[in-house]
Design a binder for this molecule. Structure first.
Ligand code: KG4
Ligand code: ZN
Length: 347
């Protein structure tokens, strides 16, 4: 094994990275060649296991990952038509996420890397979401602004090059996905909340209730907890209000702020393109308004497919390929970090 970065033995156009993702409630494995050619991508969602509890139960997630990790990984190899000896490196999400869940994927990836005598690569889940766009649009150019909106994160990131990021703004309280999940739970729409609100909002009036657009004119940071409280107060004060109208008006408030700040960030930093990432990027209204805004600004818009927005292992394998090229293999004594941050350049 070499420790030097830049060794293209593992990161040439033909090298295959097996990616493993277990940070939350999806057990996923994928084989990606050359950082961008997806040979297979298998995702086993545990959503049904957690739905009756109204959210992810960490212990249930870890146990389910344990049961699924071998069959899901075997399936990813099978669908790619590969054997272990064809794999050049194994990448796994080491954070952020649920510690027990992360450890299942990290341990499996290290064991496979050891058995096959190939490098292990630690991948930051947030960095991987940034890479999801490149899998579908390899021609994306830097500088690129990515609006990363998931259940745990809401951030605007300037990608100046592979591995060179600048955090432009982030949420000061709830993540956008968390706000969707909490409001959906309050409205009795079930779990996961984002898709439920997205679908109910289709038959509501987005202008029925004017919910606040927090911090709209205030830099590139976000805040969603006040909006959530406004929804709760409005429904308590107007018990007969239509759930569809509340869902549509809430969604419009979130999307207005996300789109306004993303386009501002792109303008301020001279970005050539704007991309979406993370689970909330599957939201229909966000996709529609994002595209309209980019068209108006003459900016290239990139919207990953819904499958690529939510957690998957193809993005882990892709980010892993680039990480291996930049940093070389990760030591096998590396652990998992539930609070891992995106390593960004100073502002
Ligand atoms: O990226 P992700 O799959 O997992 C992480 O949080 O890392 O994102 C999950 C989040 C959940 O909060 C879910 O409610 C939200 O993405 N989500 C959506 C939609 N689909 C998923 N939010 C709004 N509209 C959607 N269609
Ligand atoms: Zn995610």
């Amino acid at each position: 094994m070499v420790d030097a970065p830049g060794d293209d033995r593992w990161t040439n156009a033909g090298s295959v990275v097996l990616g493993i993702e277990t940070s939350c409630d999806e057990t996923a494995a994928a084989c990606v060649r050359g950082g961008g050619d997806v040979l297979s991508s298998v995702v086993s969602s545990q959503v049904d296991l957690h739905a009756r509890y109204g959210g992810v139960v960490p212990e249930i997630a870890s146990r389910a990952h344990n049961e699924l990790i071998i069959p899901v990984t075997a399936r990813a190899l099978f669908e790619a038509g590969l054997d272990g000896e064809d794999v050049d490196a194994v990448a796994a999400t080491t954070g952020p996420g649920l510690i027990g869940a992360l450890l299942v994927g990290v341990s499996a990836a290290k064991a496979l890397a050891l058995a096959w005598d190939v490098p292990f690569i630690s991948v930051n889940h947030l960095e991987a979401h940034l890479y999801a766009g490149f899998l579908e649009e390899p021609e994306l150019k830097f500088p690129l602004v990515v609006l990363l909106v998931s259940g745990g994160h809401t951030m605007l990131v300037l990608m100046e090059d592979h591995g060179r990021y600048r955090l432009l703004g982030q949420t000061l309280d709830d993540a956008a996905g968390e706000a969707f999940d909490k409001v959906a739970r309050f409205l009795g729409l079930g779990y996961p909340g984002g898709p439920a609100i997205d679908s109910v909002a289709m038959s509501g009036d987005p202008e029925a209730i004017r919910f606040p657009r927090s911090m709209m004119d205030d830099g590139l940071d976000f805040s969603f907890s006040g909006l959530k409280t406004s929804v709760v107060n409005h429904v308590r004060n107007n018990p007969s209000v239509s759930t569809e109208d509340v869902a549509a008006s809430f969604q419009a408030a979130v999307v207005d702020v996300l789109v306004a700040k993303a386009r501002r960030a792109a303008q301020q930093h001279g970005a050539t393109a704007l991309a979406l990432g993370g689970g909330v990027a599957a939201n229909s209204l966000l996709r529609e308004q994002f595209l309209t805004a980019c068209t108006e600004d003459g900016m290239h818009a990139f919207l990953p497919s819904r499958a690529m927005c939510t957690d998957n292992a193809a993005m882990i394998a892709s980010a892993g390929w680039y990480r291996l090229r930049l940093d070389g293999p990760t030591s096998l004594d590396c652990g998992a970090d539930p609070n891992l941050r995106l390593s960004t350049l100073p502002a």
